[in-house]
Design a protein around this ligand. Structure first.
Ligand SMILES: [Zn+2]
Length: 410
C-alpha cells in the first residue's frame, strides 16, 4: 500500500481533489478553494486546541499586510538585510514576518501588570523568492504562518521553552508526525538559541518549524529591556503539506489528516441531520454538508478526505481505511466507529513517521558527547532518555547530528 509520492504528483492530486485551484495567481501564490481553506482552518484549530490544553493564555492577533518600511529597517539593523525579499511601495512594505507586529503589541502591554504577554497570530506573509516553488511547501505568499511570541522575564525563560517543546511535540503527534528537536546555530546574528523541528523527508531531513530566543541586537533595535527575553516560535503551511505527504505515502493514495467529514443528506425532512450536527459539534468533528450527486462517492474517493457519511433511513459510513461501507441503525454506534477508526489511523500514521525518522537518525547521528567529537557538526538532537557517550561515558541527553554544517537544509 505504501507509496512514495513526489511533490508534483501530490500537487496534481490536491488539484484534482479541489483543494486548490490549478495555477492560482501564478507560481508562489496558490489559491485555495473552499475545501482547502476548511482543511487549513482545521489545521490551525488543532493547534489552538493544543494551546488551550496546555493552558497557555494568549492574545490572538491578525495584522494588516502593509507595515512601515522604517520600522522594518530599524528592527533588522546590524542583523541582516532582508530588503531584497520584501515588496515596497513608498514608505511601506508588505509584511514578510509577523514578528515585528507581534512585538509592537507586546511592547505596548509589557509593563502592564498581570497582562498576558503571549501573542498567537495567524497571517499570510510575502517573501520574494526564486527557484522551485511548491504550493504550501515553498511559496512567495506564505499562508498560513502560525507564530507565537512571548515576552518573558529572564527567570521564566527555561520554563517557557520546556512548555513550548511539549506543545509542539503534541501538536505534531496529532498530525501523525514524529518530530525531533535539533539544536543548531544557523542564524547566530539573529537568535541566541535555535531549536528546530526536525522531520524526515525520504532519505533527507527537513525542518518544519522552530523556537528562537532572539539575540540581544534585536532586543536593542526594538528597545526592549534587558530583563526580558523574546521567544519567537512557529510553523507554516509547510507542516500541513508535510502531514498530507507523509499520510499519503503511508496510505498509497491522497490522504489529508485534517480533512472534514462529508455529510450527504438523502432525506430532506428528517431530524437526523440536526442530531448528527449536534454530536459532531460536541465531539469537535469537523464536517461539511454536501449535495447528493451521482458521482458523490467517486468525488469523495479522490478528495483525500477521511470519511463520507450518508444519511438515509439509516447511517452509512465510508471510511478511507475500510474496504467496505458500513451501515448503522444507531447514531452513537456510528459515531463511535468513526472516532475509533480515526484514532486507529492516527496511531498508524505516527508509528510510520516515527520509524522513518528513527531509521535515518541511526545513520546520521553519533552517540558522543560534545567534547569527544573533533570536527564540526550540524547540531545536537535531543533524546527522550539519557544515554552515555560511547567514548568517555559521560551522561548525555542528545546525539550528535553528524551532518556537515555547510550542508544547510530547509
Ligand atoms: Zn564523551
Amino acid at each position: 500500500m505504501e507509496y512514495s509520492f513526489n511533490k508534483h504528483e501530490l500537487i496534481l492530486n490536491l488539484e484534482k481533489s479541489e483543494f486548490l485551484y490549478k495555477d492560482g495567481y501564478g507560481p508562489g501564490v496558490p489559491i485555495f478553494t473552499h475545501k482547502g481553506i476548511k482543511v487549513i482552518d482545521n489545521f490551525i484549530e488543532l493547534f489552538e486546541r493544543e494551546l488551550k490544553e496546555k493552558k497557555i493564555k494568549y492574545s490572538k492577533l491578525v495584522h494588516k499586510h502593509m507595515i512601515s518600511l522604517d520600522d522594518f529597517r530599524k528592527a533588522y539593523n546590524k542583523i541582516n538585510n532582508y530588503e531584497n525579499e520584501v515588496i515596497r511601495t513608498g514608505n511601506t512594505c508588505v509584511m514578510s514576518d509577523a514578528l515585528l507586529q507581534n512585538v509592537f503589541y507586546l511592547k505596548k502591554i509589557a509593563f502592564v501588570e498581570n497582562y498576558v504577554k503571549t501573542v498567537f497570530s495567524v497571517n499570510s506573509i510575502y517573501r520574494e523568492k526564486t527557484g522551485k516553488l511548491i504550493p504550501l511547501y515553498r511559496d512567495k505568499n506564505i499562508f498560513p504562518v502560525v507564530q507565537i511570541d512571548h515576552l518573558v522575564h529572564k527567570s521564566k525563560l527555561n520554563k517557557t521553552i520546556v512548555l513550548l517543546k511539549d506543545l509542539y511535540l503534541n501538536f505534531y503527534k496529532k498530525l501523525g508526525i514524529e518530530i525531533k528537536f535539533l539544536k543548531a546555530s544557523e542564524v547566530p546574528e539573529y537568535a541566541s538559541f535555535e531549536l528546530y523541528f526536525l522531520a524526515q523527508e525520504k532519505s533527507k531531513f527537513t525542518k518544519l518549524g522552530m523556537i528562537y530566543v532572539l539575540y540581544s541586537q534585536f532586543r536593542q533595535n526594538l528597545k526592549l529591556s534587558d530583563e526580558y527575553y523574546l521567544i519567537n516560535s512557529g510553523f507554516s503551511g509547510k507542516s500541513l503539506f508535510y502531514s498530507i505527504e507523509s499520510a499519503s505515502n503511508y496510505m498509497g493514495e491522497l490522504f489529508i489528516p485534517t480533512s472534514s467529514v462529508h455529510i450527504i443528506n438523502k432525506i430532506a425532512k428528517s431530524d437526523k441531520l440536526n442530531k448528527v450536527i449536534k454530536i459532531f459539534n460536541e465531539e469537535k468533528i469537523s464536517f461539511y454538508i454536501d449535495e447528493y450527486e451521482k458521482n458523490t462517492y467517486k468525488k469523495w474517493k479522490k478528495s483525500g478526505d477521511f470519511a463520507l457519511l450518508v444519511l438515509h433511513e439509516k447511517y452509512t459510513l465510508h471510511i478511507k481505511t475500510m474496504n467496505m461501507p458500513v451501515t448503522f441503525n444507531n447514531i452513537n454506534t456510528m459515531i463511535k466507529c468513526l472516532i475509533d477508526n480515526f484514532y486507529k489511523v492516527s496511531t498508524e500514521l505516527l508509528n510510520y513517521s516515527r520509524s522513518n525518522i528513527q531509521q535515518n537518525l541511526e545513520t546520521s547521528t553519533l552517540q558522543l558527547c560534545e567534547n569527544c567529537i573533533t570536527y564540526s557538526y550540524y547540531g545536537l538532537i535531543e533524546t527522550e532518555n539519557t544515554m552515555t557517550c560511547l567514548n568517555c561515558g559521560k551522561v548525555i541527553n542528545y546525539l550528535i547530528f553528524n551532518i556537515d554544517p555547510k550542508d544547510r537544509f530547509y
